[in-house]
Design a protein. Structure first.
Length: 98
């Protein structure tokens, strides 16, 4: 094998729920739109994103730890983001345990 062959770099992100690192492609990006946590399935929505495993357990941990407030850098404001749309999406998604 020649010295030119290299493994491709895979960007990694940290799940805001369980705090485990995983490949960016294995996590779901969440963005804050008008106070709501919205799943960004294509990864193209504008704004700061937070990454989470697509399992309800990680979402529950993130909400309990108030991780979304820190990840989105929300100061003051009305409180934690509304995650009902995100919960609905995760309940219908196939389970990929971290």
């Amino acid at each position: 094998m020649s010295g030119r062959t290299r493994a491709r770099a895979r960007p990694e992100r940290t799940c805001v729920g369980c705090r485990k690192q995983a490949a960016k492609a294995d996590l779901l990006r969440v963005v804050l739109i008008e106070g709501r946590g919205v799943p960004d399935l294509r990864g193209t929505l504008p704004g700061r994103g937070a990454y989470i495993h697509a399992v309800p357990g990680c979402l529950e941990l993130a909400v309990r730890r108030r991780a979304f407030l820190r990840a989105f850098r929300v100061r003051g404001g009305p409180g934690p983001p509304d995650t009902t749309e995100l919960e609905r999406h995760l309940r219908g998604a196939p389970s990929n345990e971290p």
